[in-house]
Design a protein around this ligand. Sequence first.
Ligand SMILES: [Zn+2]
Length: 164
Amino acid sequence: MPGARLGENWPPPKTGAQNTEKGHKMPSKTPAINPLSACPCGSQKSLASCCQPYIQGQSWPETAEQLMRSRYSAHVLLAIDYLWDTWSPEQRLRSSKSDIQQWAQSCEWLGLQILATDNGQKSDQEGTVEFVALFRQNGQAHQHHERSLFRKSLGKWLYVDHRD
Ligand SMILES: [Zn+2]
């Protein structure tokens, strides 16, 4: 999100003389996280049996809610490529991967609650998901309430934008 203030975790702490070019690279891969740990999206399933296969490109979400959940988890896991790939082309024009990364990294993600879904099932072409995401940024707790629009493109669900 443009204009979002960066949190204290960004830029990453430098390690003095050991800081090489490696430290300047954008981590584009999902951090190593135990696949058996609870999925960040709050589904009460393990990461491996919930959002991880989507984030790692092994399968594509079948419903708008699955995409919504996996995009939340991708923020937690800093899976920037996944966030980028699941955005509609219009959104990509207005932003960049580094914007997404700065936003995701500036937040400490505290939880996701799905409030309602409308269409967005396997056989639909469009659907909305209303949710609240809780996060902390600059020491302040925030609640992001959004009704997101999702649309299928070439058989794959993509995040279009929010409908308030
Ligand atoms: Zn999940």
